[in-house]
Design a protein around this ligand. Structure first.
Ligand code: ADP
Length: 207
């Protein structure tokens, strides 16, 4: 559980569930949304301590000529090697958490949202006070992810298999948005949660 003053809601869901759509609606209520994917990219920018350690560990080929991370090379290096993957995750997860914490601490809204596809798969859930899950049926998830990203069902299913299961995720939720309906249904669902979170945030800071 987060010990920061800011009341923070973790927003998660599987690929294509509608996290970005929900996050955008919270932004329209003036709420700061911290994007864990963005923190993950920042953690390995040229000049970062994490990128220097990766360079020392894997050697020159892990960098492109311009000094940025060669993600395709790194993916290949850890793909079939759980030890290397573990090493990388032990380095990156804390570095990403530090950046997320900083961004949350700078949030200037009554509460903040951490949007993360890996909230429950990493220690990121320890940074939040409450968990909001965007839920859709697997059929909807596959159809929307293919429509957005292209690719085929097997590729989307492979990504889904690497994430926590739908029911595992729902079991961890404090709040759930059912996003199997039309986009227009998200707006009132987010408006209602926004009111709930404002009340919870007021209690939280009043403690
Ligand atoms: P995530 O961020 O969880 O991967 P997105 O918010 O990008 O998911 O949603 C996946 C795709 O489905 C996007 O193209 C989005 O516009 C679309 N989408 C989201 N919610 C709905 C909905 N209720 N009805 C129809 N399309 C939706």
């Amino acid at each position: 559980m987060s010990d920061s003053i800011m009341f923070t809601v973790g927003l998660t869901g599987g690929i294509g569930s509608g996290k970005s759509a929900v996050a955008q609606l919270f932004r329209e209520h003036g709420i700061t949304v911290v994007d864990a994917d963005q923190a993950a990219r920042e953690a390995v920018l040229p000049g970062s301590p994490a990128l220097a350690e990766i360079r020392t560990h894997f050697g020159g080929p892990v960098l492109k000529e311009n000094g940025s991370l060669n993600r395709a090379w790194l993916r290949g290096a850890v793909f079939a090697d759980p030890k290397q993957r573990q090493w990388l995750e032990a380095l990156l997860h804390p570095a990403i958490a530090v950046l997320i914490d900083e961004a949350l601490a700078n949030a200037a809204s009554p509460y903040a949202i951490l949007e993360s596809p890996l909230l429950l798969e990493t220690s990121q859930h320890t940074l939040v006070n409450r968990i909001l899950v965007v839920d859709v049926s697997e059929a909807t998830q596959v159809a929307r992810a293919i429509q957005r990203d292209g690719g085929d069902e097997a590729q989307i299913r492979a990504i889904m298999d690497a994430q926590i299961s739908r029911y595992g995720r729902l079991g961890r939720a404090d709040d759930i948005i059912d996003n199997d309906g039309p986009l227009a249904a998200l707006e009132p669902a987010v408006a209602a949660l926004h009111q709930r979170y404002l009340a919870l945030a007021a209690q939280h800071t009043g403690q």
